[in-house]
Design a protein around this ligand. Structure first.
Ligand code: AHG
Ligand code: MN
Ligand code: MN
Ligand code: MN
Length: 323
C-alpha cells in the first residue's frame, strides 16, 4: 500500500506543499487520537465560550484548533493561517509560500453523541510581499486553491485530498501511524437518488429550492420521475464523503433567516475546499447561481449557499433556479 508521502512526491511537483500536507497530518493524527479517547481524554462537552461565528465552542473545537495552529506555525513553508475558530488571520513565517485555511472540527455538534466529525483544510499561495496579518491576502477565489482536503474521524480515519490532479482517498493505519493510499482518482457518479438537506429549514428557502425539493419528494409521480432517499448527518465532512464514495447531492441553501448570511456554511474553509474535492472527482459545486469556486470572497468568515455532488443532479437544481 502506497504511503501518503510517497504518493505526494510522485503527484505533487512542489516539495514545500508536500511538507505542508505532511505537517497538517501530524496535527490531524493527534486530533484523531483525542477523538478516539473522547471522555477518557476529557475532550468532550462545551468550552463555555463563543467563537466569531456566534457558536458555542466545544472543547474539541478549541483543542483541534490549537493543535493545527501550533503545527502550522512551526512550518517554515506556512506564511499564515485562518481558522473558523480564530476571529483574525494568524501570521506564521514571513518567508512561507502558503496560506492554510481550516475548519478544525467540522460537525462539532456531533462530537458529544459520538457521530463522525472531521477537519477540513484549504491551501492557497502567498506572495513574498504579502502581510499575513492582513485578511485581504487570504481572500482568493476557490479556483486558486493549490490543495484541499479533509480528515474524517469515523470508524476509520481517512484523508481525502486533492492537489489539482484528481481526488484521492487514504486510510490511516494506527499500526504504523501512516496514511496509505486506498483509492486514487475517485469518480462521483453523475446521477443519484440520494439527497441531503436539513428539511426543518424548508420554510426559509428560496421558492426555487422549495419547488425543487417538493418535486423531488413527489418521487416517480413527480417531474423528476424517480424515488429519492434522504440522509442528514449534520457533519458536512461525513455527507461529502458519502457523496465522493457513492454519489448524491448535499445542500445547505440560501436561508432567509439572516439575509446578510446567504447560508450557514463558510466559503473559505468549508465551501471552497469541498468544492475542489468534488469537482476534481467529476462532480459539481454551485451556490445555485454561480460556481462556488468563482465566488469573489469579501471576508474570511463569509457564508455561502451550497449545492454540491453528482453533476446531473446539481444541473437539475441549477435549472430550477434559472427562473
Ligand atoms: P461546524 O461544526 O464546523 O460549525 O460545521 C457544522 C456545519 C456542517 O458540518 C453541517 O453540515 C451543518 O453545520 C449542520 O447544520 P444544522 O445543524 O443546521 O443541520
Ligand atoms: Mn462551528
Ligand atoms: Mn464546519
Ligand atoms: Mn468547525
Amino acid at each position: 500500500m502506497q504511503r501518503l508521502r510517497t504518493f505526494l512526491e510522485h503527484h505533487c511537483d512542489n516539495p514545500s506543499l508536500v511538507d505542508v500536507i505532511d505537517g497538517l497530518m501530524v496535527a490531524c493524527k493527534d486530533i484523531a487520537y483525542k477523538v478516539q479517547l473522547g471522555s477518557l481524554a476529557g475532550v468532550l462537552g462545551s468550552a463555555e465560550q463563543e467563537n466569531v461565528q456566534g457558536e458555542c465552542q466545544k472543547k474539541l473545537d478549541v483543542i483541534a484548533n490549537d493543535l493545527l495552529k501550533n503545527s502550522l506555525r512551526a512550518m517554515p513553508q506556512v506564511k499564515g493561517l485562518a481558522s473558523e475558530e480564530e476571529a483574525d488571520p494568524v501570521a506564521c513565517n514571513p518567508d512561507g509560500e502558503f496560506l492554510v485555511l481550516f475548519d478544525p472540527l467540522d460537525g462539532s455538534s456531533n462530537i458529544d453523541v459520538n457521530v463522525t466529525v472531521g477537519t477540513i483544510f484549504s491551501v492557497l499561495a502567498a506572495r513574498p510581499e504579502d502581510d499575513a496579518n492582513h485578511e485581504s491576502i487570504y481572500l482568493q477565489t476557490g479556483e486558486r486553491q493549490v490543495a484541499a482536503g479533509y480528515v474524517l474521524y469515523g470508524p476509520s480515519t481517512l484523508l481525502v485530498l486533492s492537489t489539482g490532479n484528481g481526488t484521492h482517498v487514504f486510510t490511516f493505519d494506527p499500526r504504523i501511524g501512516e496514511f496509505s493510499l486506498q483509492r486514487e482518482s475517485v469518480k462521483i457518479p453523475a446521477t443519484t437518488k440520494e439527497f441531503a438537506i436539513n428539511m426543518s429549514n424548508q420554510r426559509f428557502w428560496l421558492p426555487e429550492m422549495q419547488n425543487y425539493v417538493a418535486d423531488l419528494l413527489r418521487g416517480e409521480e413527480g417531474p423528476l420521475e424517480k424515488r429519492y432517499n434522504m440522509r442528514w448527518i449534520a457533519s458536512m465532512v461525513a455527507e461529502i464523503h458519502r457523496i465522493i464514495t457513492r454519489g448524491g447531492i448535499f445542500m445547505y441553501p440560501y436561508d432567509s433567516r439572516e439575509p446578510a448570511k446567504p447560508g450557514k456554511l463558510r466559503l473559505m474553509y468549508e465551501g471552497n475546499p469541498m468544492s475542489m474535492l468534488i469537482e476534481q472527482a467529476g462532480g459539481k459545486a454551485t451556490t445555485a447561481f454561480e460556481d462556488i469556486m468563482q465566488v469573489e470572497p469579501t471576508s474570511i468568515h463569509q457564508r455561502v449557499s451550497v449545492v454540491m455532488g453528482s453533476a446531473d443532479e446539481v444541473d437539475t437544481v441549477i435549472r430550477y433556479h434559472k427562473g
